[in-house]
Ligand binder design. Structure first.
Ligand SMILES: Nc1ncnc2c1ncn2[C@@H]1O[C@H](COP(=O)(O)OP(=O)(O)OP(=O)(O)O)[C@@H](O)[C@H]1O
Length: 253
């Protein structure tokens, strides 16, 4: 099996608060993996460990087959081009225009002309479904949904192989959320991306995820296609997938 991400026996803690204790997870290349779990179970912390924003841990994390902990600083920097991240709040720089935001990773990694960067920013904005007149706007001039798309455009700036999305549809109205889901699927299909998607959104799980990994009891309880996950005998899983919201999302085994 060709794995984009492999997490082996991960143990993490903040002081005495153990977050993950022997967590194992494989994300296959080209799949959209939905990561779910109760609030505070460590989904965002797991994402931050995989991308190297958090470092204190034991266990191995391999991205594209490379062990993050044994990389030189240069290798680590190079490997950062392999992925893009969309954080929960979008994390755009408010004093920069949308185009300048998209160009931040380009400036960090390459030495290219302004006109090339402008062209690239326009192409990434189009990919993320934004009109070109958004380029000169500032984040505060955009709706919540457009800000998410601008942040997505920035996460695509370096032509990543892997996309990390932390609750991408949170705060979007149902129409905006379903359009965003559709776009993620189209981007995966056209660019061959691997997507690691933290979400609480049941509609997203149903419509875009190939597999679902459930984080609970400090581990991945199950990592399987949704239908299999829904049959998994664990109290949180049963409550989550058989509750009123799940029924409203049309989830039936
Ligand atoms: N920088 C930090 N310092 C100390 N504790 C932290 C830090 N970041 C996260 N935590 C703790 O780690 C635990 C897991 O947090 P995390 O944000 O990963 O949860 P989550 O599963 O993403 O939750 P949610 O679904 O609510 O976003 C929580 O108890 C949180 O308080």
């Amino acid at each position: 099996m060709d794995a984009a991400i492999e997490v082996e026996n991960l143990v993490t803690a903040f002081g005495s608060n153990v977050i993950h204790d022997g967590l194992n997870l494989t994300v296959k290349r080209g799949e959209i993996l939905g990561v779910v779990g109760g609030s505070g179970t460590g989904k965002s912390v797991l994402l931050k460990h995989i991308i190297g924003l958090l470092k204190e841990r034991s266990g191995r994390i391999l991205v594209n087959g490379r062990d993050r902990s044994t990389m030189s600083v240069r290798e680590d920097m190079e490997s950062r081009r392999d992925w893009g991240v969309l954080f929960q709040d979008g994390a755009l720089f408010s004093s920069l225009s949308v185009a300048q935001n998209v160009q931040v990773p380009l400036r960090e990694h390459f030495n290219m002309s302004q006109s090339l960067m402008d062209d690239l920013a326009c192409s990434k904005l189009t990919m993320a479904g934004l009109p070109l007149d958004a380029a000169k706007k500032f984040p505060s001039d955009l709706s919540g949904g457009m800000r998410k798309r601008a942040a997505l455009a920035r996460s695509l700036a370096l032509d990543p192989e892997i996309l990390f999305l932390d609750e991408p549809t949170a705060g979007l109205d149902p129409i905006g959320a379903s359009a965003f889901d559709q776009m993620i699927k189209e981007l995966r299909d056209s660019l061959g991306l691997t997507v690691f998607l933290v979400t609480h959104d049941l509609d997203t799980l149903v419509t875009v995820c190939d597999r679902v990994a459930v984080l609970g009891d400090k581990k991945i309880l199950i990592n399987a296609p949704l239908k299999e996950v829904m049959e998994f005998d664990h109290p949180w899983v049963q409550q989550y997938f058989k509750g009123p919201r799940a029924r409203a999302a049309g989830m039936e085994v």
